[in-house]
Design a protein around this ligand. Structure first.
Ligand code: ADP
Ligand code: ZN
Ligand code: ZN
Length: 720
């Protein structure tokens, strides 16, 4: 047999797959196995992407692999990894690294052990049992029949029949088969807890109807579903029932959530309901723990994977359901290469593997609205109305808080209640300038201003992490008068401290998250009898605090001032999501939204909780402009240390793309970032595959040209 092996090397130029001859001990190797192979004088790690009977090369010229490693990635995932590589214009190695056991990708330090080739052979007693029709389970019988003709490796046997390691162990105990080279004792047995706690709540009529519609689809998924439910409508409970139904059908489920640290409650509810059958892939896990969880799923001990975007690659080979919770969340897009979108990958995976996809949100994206069949939850579980939202204009107001906001916060103080205040800007001040010569403090690596972080005593760049001590004097003119402009969460925290004292104020942004930990801050706020939570968009994620009576959004139209076709969508979602955090308890609640221009359409719609109306208007606008979901965007950013090569490279790419019949806009200069000059091309095309292909070929061609050696390339399909 011939194994087609894709080498796991970051080099773009070394592109497989390459053929290797499988013989002897390695005959059990199949698609998804990892091999150490000779390559010239080197040894490389590679993944088997195909196995075939013949090769284009003469057999005697083929080398044999040096060793096989324990990996055993499901075949469907190998295909998915390669698809991600193509779809997001990356390399096969990077695509495959996503589906391998954690830590075994292109990087060093891999905790891989040599593959244990557990082989099974039928015994005379086993042959007799088959002949005499001795009673045994279907799996045991299937396995015995498969072994009747020849011994097989355990992995091959599992692929061919539904038998698991425990099937093999019981056959061995009955003396019907012999296992050789059995290295590992079986792990702890699975704790069956399905349904144990599920009787706790009875579904509302709306939840019941939603669940019924989902259950009907489980056996024949076809299109993906959108669970469009207002905040607090009990979507999570519907997911839990759906997962339970999938497990009952003997299949596995994936639940994608935004950053787990931000929404620990959701993951917790899955563990509570399904116990050890859940693998939670949170960011605090060590490499080793990730690796162990991967194998727990691969061996079928864990049947539900709850995690952020990378959980879409959970190694199940019998997937029945993928849930994407809070599907509007930006964290589903990966920022580094490959820049995949877990929502798109989930859709692909579900379609390929016959699983059902459910995307859920109170503020779904226009894309999802168009592509999915919609199920609605219009009411909050507790029957409460969504809180009234007041829009206030900031023109003529000095300081960050409007008079209405001050009064509302004062009321919270007097009545000893809870409030959440959102300002999507961390730090103390946006930027510093010299009062004498107007010098503005900028990052030496990026063309952006440095943000003052007073608590840390430094100014920092939010793009590259550069930091320096707070300036006392101006290096240009020597003046000691430095002005601070704009307010961030740090300054707001101080202001609120004074306003609501003696109530405590809790700050949540990535500065605090790095120090105290997100969960700690959320827990303190939850446990406090009264107080104010202030922070960036982190405070608007799916938390469920029943006693919040006031929500405030500051500078709500800041996002609208960015030239981006998604700014309307972001603004709407931010306000609607924060509104969802308020008024969940008996005391009800209200929301105040501060904006420079409170008449903006997306704010008005959000204030009426009208996501239906927003989506309709937004889809019309997108269609007119050819934006997603009616067109596809691809961004190509070329960069270089010296100015010049980045523009030349972008121009070269543009010409090649245009020659393939795909028009591109640009090159447009981007601000310098991480000490690199950048130029950007934007491709907007009604046709997806031809555009991606044209870009991939153009970038590969230009990157391979010596003349453009000074430039680097980053391709972003479906940029956020
Ligand atoms: P969503 O995800 O739609 O915002 P959640 O699933 O978080 O809403 O539900 C909000 C709250 O309502 C949670 O505390 C949840 O436990 C509770 N809940 C959900 N379904 C029911 C039900 N059928 N009966 C009573 N409480 C429920
Ligand atoms: Zn100066
Ligand atoms: Zn910088």
């Amino acid at each position: 047999m011939i194994a087609k092996v894709e080498p796991l090397t970051p080099a773009r130029s070394l592109r497989g797959p390459f053929d290797y001859l499988l013989a002897g001990a390695l005959e059990d190797v199949g698609v998804g196995s990892m091999l150490v192979v000779p390559f010239g004088r080197r040894r490389l790690l590679g993944v088997v992407v195909d196995v075939s009977a013949d090769s284009e090369l003469p057999l005697e010229r083929l080398a044999e692999p040096i060793a096989a490693l324990e990996a055993d990635v499901p075949q469907s995932l190998v295909a998915l990894g390669l698809w991600v590589a193509r779809e997001y214009v990356s390399t096969p190695a990077r695509g495959l690294a996503l589906v391998l056991p954690p830590g075994t990708g292109t990087g060093a330090g891999r905790p891989l052990r040599p593959k244990r080739s557990l082989r099974a052979a039928i015994t005379p007693a086993g042959e007799a049992a088959l002949r005499d029709g001795v009673r045994m389970g279907a799996r045991q019988r299937d396995a015995l029949e498969a072994l009747a003709s020849a011994p097989l490796g355990a992995a091959a046997l599992a692929r061919r029949t539904s038998c698991t390691h425990s099937t093999l162990r019981s056959l061995e105990r009955r003396g019907l088969i012999r296992l050789e080279n059995a290295a590992e004792a079986p792990r702890r047995t699975v704790v069956e807890r399905v349904g144990a706690d599920a009787r706790g709540v009875s579904l509302t009529a709306e939840q019941q109807a939603a669940f019924a519609a989902i259950r009907e689809r489980l056996d024949d998924p076809q299109e993906p579903l959108l669970l469009h439910g207002v905040t607090g409508s009990g979507k999570t409970e519907v997911y839990l029932r759906s997962v339970e139904a999938v497990l009952e059908r003997g299949k596995a489920a994936i639940v994608l959530v935004p950053e787990i640290a931000l929404t620990p409650q959701t993951a917790g509810r899955f563990v509570e309901r399904f116990g050890d059958q859940v693998a939670v892939m949170h960011s605090r896990l060590s490499q080793r723990e990730r690796y162990d969880e991967w194998w727990r799923m691969r061996r079928g001990e864990a049947r539900v994977c709850v995690g952020p975007r990378s959980a879409v690659f959970a190694p199940f080979d019998d997937l029945g359901l993928i849930v994407v919770d809070e599907e509007h969340d930006g964290s589903y897009k990966q920022e580094g290469d490959p820049r995949y979108d877990a929502r798109t990958v989930a859709e692909r995976r579900a379609a390929e593997e016959g699983a059902l996809l459910i995307a859920g949100s109170a503020t779904p994206r226009p894309e999802t609205m168009l592509r999915c069949e919609r199920i609605e939850l219009r009411e909050r579980v507790d029957g409460r109305r969504l809180p009234p939202v007041e829009l206030v204009g900031m023109a003529g107001t000095a300081g960050p808080l409007h008079e209405s906001t001050r009064q509302a916060l004062d009321e919270v103080r007097r009545r000893e209640e809870k409030a959440i205040v959102l300002l999507n800007r961390r730090g103390w001040s946006n930027f510093l300038s010299c009062r004498a010569c107007a010098r503005v403090w900028e990052c030496p690596n990026c063309d952006v201003t440095l943000v003052l972080h007073r608590g840390l005593g430094e100014v920092a760049c939010h793009h590259c992490g550069h930091r320096e001590p707070v300036p006392q004097t101006c290096p240009d003119c020597g003046s000691v008068s430095v002005a601070r402009h704009g307010a961030g969460t740090e300054q707001l925290e101080r202001e609120l401290d004074e306003l609501v004292a003696p109530l405590p104020v809790f700050r949540l942004d990535s500065d605090v998250a790095a120090a105290a930990g997100i969960a700690t801050v959320l827990r303190r706020f939850d446990e406090a009898p009264a107080g104010v939570l202030v922070g960036t968009q982190m405070v608007a994620k799916g938390h469920d605090f029943p006693d919040v009576t006031l929500g405030v959004v500051l500078d709500a139209d800041a996002t609208l001032r960015f030239p981006d076709f998604r700014s309307e969508e972001r603004t709407f979602a931010l306000v609607a999501q924060l509104a969802g955090r308020s008024g969940r308890g008996e005391r009800g609640g209200r929301v105040i939204v501060q904006a420079l221009d409170p008449s903006a359409e997306s704010l008005r719609l959000a204030s009426r909780h009208d996501s239906e109306g927003f989506l309709e208007a937004e889809l019309r606008r997108r269609e007119l402009l050819g934006y997603p979901p009616y067109g596809h965007l691809i961004r190509v950013v070329c960069s270089s240390v010296e100015p010049g090569p980045e523009v030349e490279a972008a121009t070269a790419v543009k010409e090649l793309v245009a020659a393939a019949g795909v028009p591109a806009l640009g090159p447009a200069p981007l601000f310098r970032r991480q000490a690199r000059h950048r130029a950007q091309l934007v491709i907007r095309s009604p046709e997806r595959v031809p555009a991606i292909t044209a870009v991939r070929e153009a970038v590969e061609a230009v990157a391979a040209t010596r003349a453009h050696g000074g430039a680097s390339f980053a391709v972003d399909v479906d940029p956020q």
